[in-house]
Design a protein around this ligand. Structure first.
Ligand code: PMP
Length: 417
């Protein structure tokens, strides 16, 4: 039987999800166009990487200038102008205005690499092994980060042990708030046999886990408990950070001061890979040269685009637009839940990470398929994949956002929602 080029190539990549059966050829801001010229609105944005849209003109120009000047494309640990300029700009735009004296470490290109580094650093700093992570958390697919990830199917598939992870219910899970206090009390009771942990690893909004939003109060309590028991607070801001929730860090203004922050995804701005840990100076002292190496952790193109991306945070225009568009998304989803849904449907989110929990994985997948047919890219997440997560580029135009929400409504109606 004849196969299409799509089937020939994609069928060899068995690890892919293959949710969007076409071949994309070009992209601009919140649109992608496939080889047949069909246009799609992108509510997936490369799994939250393309916060500034596809092919941002200013970043594109900077990358072209970098190439024309024969910039150092790969630098590993050596210093380069692209790396220096990124570091200086990051300091100027992100750290200095917040009075933060965290140090930057560039890790391998992915979020998982940076989570691994954060876990190692926490263990090294405290001399302890256990890490507290939370139900429905997602921290990556490498063995250490996967152990901290709550998805049981992913872990079972790879036979990942939980020896060094204590998993507590997230705030929004049943018994969430009480579990933290019970764990704290148990740690203080020698008869529990519990060893104090090296770190508490937490997302402020659990993105892959179904868009579960923690309150500032609970997060501050996690920080207090962590410090009380001599552990570090590690915030995984890989998906919720870099403007997604309406401020650079998702925890801005909450009274949190994490010992380690992990960033990746949107950090390179253009979809160009780069990941980083930010750690307090006291923690930083525990790094030894060469203690955590990796070949790909100094990409000139990523530093160049990432530096330009920081321009978005020098005034409040983008962040106030994120807050306004987030409200549009949330209110439209609430309306859809009211008109099309049943009592299981719930709307959750912060800023421009908004979600509709349909309570039904098959329905969510059907909506994803119907949306694709209509020219909308959207990805399910959460338990059984039942949660439709909307993470368009932060720069999506108002009318494109409205059009995408219309397509979602049609897809929900067609899927029998
Ligand atoms: N942490 C969070 C919160 C994430 O959302 C992800 C990716 N979905 C990761 C870690 C892992 O990042 P990467 O896929 O780049 O390894």
């Amino acid at each position: 039987m004849d196969t299409t080029p799509f089937e020939r190539h994609e069928s060899q990549v068995r690890g892919y999800c293959r949710a969007y059966p076409t071949v994309f050829a070009s992209a601009s801001n919140a649109h992608q166009v496939d080889e047949d010229g069909k246009r799609y609105i992108d509510f997936f944005a490369g799994a939250g990487v393309l916060n500034f849209g596809h092919n941002d003109p200013a970043m594109k120009e900077a990358i072209i200038a970098f190439l024309q000047a024969d910039g150092v494309a790969h630098s590993l640990d050596t210093h380069t102008t692209a790396k220096r300029d990124f570091i200086e700009r990051f300091h100027e735009v992100v750290l200095a205005p917040r009075g933060m004296d965290h140090r930057m470490q560039f890790m391998g290109p992915t979020g998982s690499n940076a989570v691994e580094a954060a876990l190692k650093l926490a263990r090294r700093t405290t001399g302890r092994r256990e890490v507290v992570a939370f139900t429905h958390g997602f921290h990556g697919m490498t063995l250490g980060s996967l152990a901290a990830t709550a998805n049981d199917a992913f872990r079972q598939w790879a036979g990942v042990p939980l020896e060094n992870v204590v998993r507590l219910p997230f705030e929004t899970a049943p018994g969430g708030a009480e579990a933290l206090e019970a764990y704290r009390a148990a740690l203080q009771d020698p008869s529990s046999g519990l060893r104090p942990p090296a770190a508490f690893l937490v997302e402020t909004v659990q993105a892959e886990g179904g868009v579960n939003v923690a309150s500032a109060e609970w997060l501050v309590r996690v920080q207090e408990v962590a410090h009380e028991v001599g552990a570090l607070l590690v915030v995984d801001d890989i998906q919720a950070g870099i403007g997604r929730t309406g401020s650079y860090f998702s925890f801005d203004g909450m009274g949190l001061d994490p010992d380690i922050i992990v960033l990746a995804k949107g950090l390179g701005g253009f979809g160009t890979p780069i990941a980083m840990t930010l750690n307090r100076p006291e923690v930083d002292d525990h790094w030894a040269p060469g203690a955590h190496t990796g070949t790909f952790r100094g990409q000139g193109i990523s530093f160049t685009a990432g530096r330009v991306a920081l321009d978005h945070f020098t005034d409040d225009r983008l962040m106030s637009a994120v807050r306004a568009k987030g409200e549009v998304m949330a209110s439209r989803l609430s309306e859809l839940a009211r008109t099309l849904g049943d009592e299981r449907w719930e709307v959750r989110g912060r800023g421009m990470m908004q979600a509709l929990d349909t309570g039904d994985g098959d329905l969510a997948r059907e909506v994803q398929r119907e949306a694709f047919e209509r020219g909308l890219l959207i990805g399910p997440c959460g338990p059984e994949g039942r949660v439709l997560k909307l993470i368009p580029p932060l720069t999506i135009e108002d009318e494109v956002l409205a059009e995408g929400l219309d397509l979602l409504e049609q897809a929900l109606a067609a899927a029998g929602g």
